[in-house]
Ligand binder design. Structure first.
Ligand SMILES: [Zn+2]
Length: 341
């Protein structure tokens, strides 16, 4: 029995198509997951447009933001049963003995390979998942919302684990994509006053960000950053997909402030980092997430403290992936969700 899958088959731009693939075999520590929903990530778009900066194991099924039911289990899997509603983390392959894994930071294990680029992802009907990646979903959390647990974990990691926000802080988020908007929502949950900055072409996405109680700014955020005492914002979250925005972050941050960089950008920097030194600013990278972050985010989604519904722009069958990708690419929707056929 074969199923339609969204396959990224080569490093050239546009090398994504629907292919029929067989149901994957599972190992003794894996489960077979029947995918309910899968979110389209900016990184899926980057692999499609071939401006990504990470190695891809072609051909590969795209998709790493997914929810579904367990339909089969390997012989060594315990603590799960067929029919369980779950979400999956993204670290499909890790070295269990690496020093990073042993301290719980398997997201930073150099051997880590994720779904959708390193191993086959979830833009299809069935996906093979190591049982250690699973988290149980409460019944009241829908599959459509739950498939966005992953980008929420990226935001939690950047804002809660890799910043040091206090209530009343002034925070500026650069870039109103999914991660930027969710970072803004997280910063609001931490009690900060939050502005989110985009370009003229981001107006629609900035309107959506407004629903999370943050202030949308098109273009220059300097006056908002310096409104209180002229010194700048306490924290800048750089969630834009370009290196150049770090210059803006360095300009907007106050002395002894904090910059968390979560957006990727393959371009080399063409400016001096002297302001970082002069202002004694902390620059912190943030990549991925681990088990405790997933549990915490599922709790936030379940209690309704974090609501992902405003960013969901629609649900398309996987066979209509192109429309779902285009709409996100053009900024018409913040997040597209796919459904297997
Ligand atoms: Zn993602």
């Amino acid at each position: 029995m074969s199923s339609a899958a969204v396959v990224n088959f080569a490093p050239e731009k546009g090398s994504v198509e629907i292919r029929e693939i067989e149901r994957p075999e599972i190992g003794e520590d894996d489960v077979l997951l029947q995918v309910a929903n899968v979110g389209v990530c900016g990184s899926d778009l980057h692999q499609w447009t071939a401006d990504h900066s990470w190695p891809v194991n072609y051909p590969v099924v795209l998709g790493h933001e997914f929810s579904g039911n367990i339909v089969a289990m390997g012989s060594r899997v315990t603590g799960w049963k067929e029919g369980d509603r779950v979400v999956s983390e993204t670290a499909a392959v890790i070295n269990q003995d690496s020093p990073m894994t042993r301290r719980g930071l398997y997201n930073l294990d150099p051997a880590r390979k994720g779904f959708g680029y390193g191993v086959d992802g979830a833009m299809t009907k069935f996906v093979r998942v190591p049982a250690r990646c699973l988290h149980l979903l409460p019944d009241q959390l829908s599959f459509e919302e739950a498939c966005l647990t992953e980008p929420c974990c990226v935001a939690y990691s950047a804002v809660v684990e890799h910043s040091r926000l206090k209530p009343g802080d002034r925070v500026i988020v650069l870039g109103p994509g999914t991660i930027g908007i969710l970072c803004a929502a997280m910063a609001k949950l931490c009690g900060a006053e939050v502005a989110i900055v985009g370009l003229e072409s981001d107006r629609h996405r900035l309107e959506i960000a407004k629903q999370y109680g943050c202030i949308p700014i098109v273009g220059d955020a300097a006056s908002w950053a310096r409104q209180r005492d002229g010194l700048g914002a306490d924290t800048i979250i750089d969630a834009a997909g370009a290196s150049a925005t770090l210059k803006i972050a360095l300009d907007l941050v106050r002395p002894a402030g904090h910059i968390a960089k979560v957006g990727w950008g393959p371009q080399p920097l063409g400016f001096s980092l002297d302001p970082l030194v002069q202002k004694s600013v902390t620059l912190q990278g943030s990549f991925s997430h681990n088990w405790p972050i997933w549990e915490r985010v599922i709790a936030l989604l379940t209690s309704g403290q974090l609501d992902v519904k405003p960013i969901i722009g629609g649900v398309w069958p996987v066979t209509e992936w192109q429309e779902a990708f285009e709409k996100m690419h053009q900024g018409e929707v913040v997040k597209s969700i796919l459904k297997p056929v």
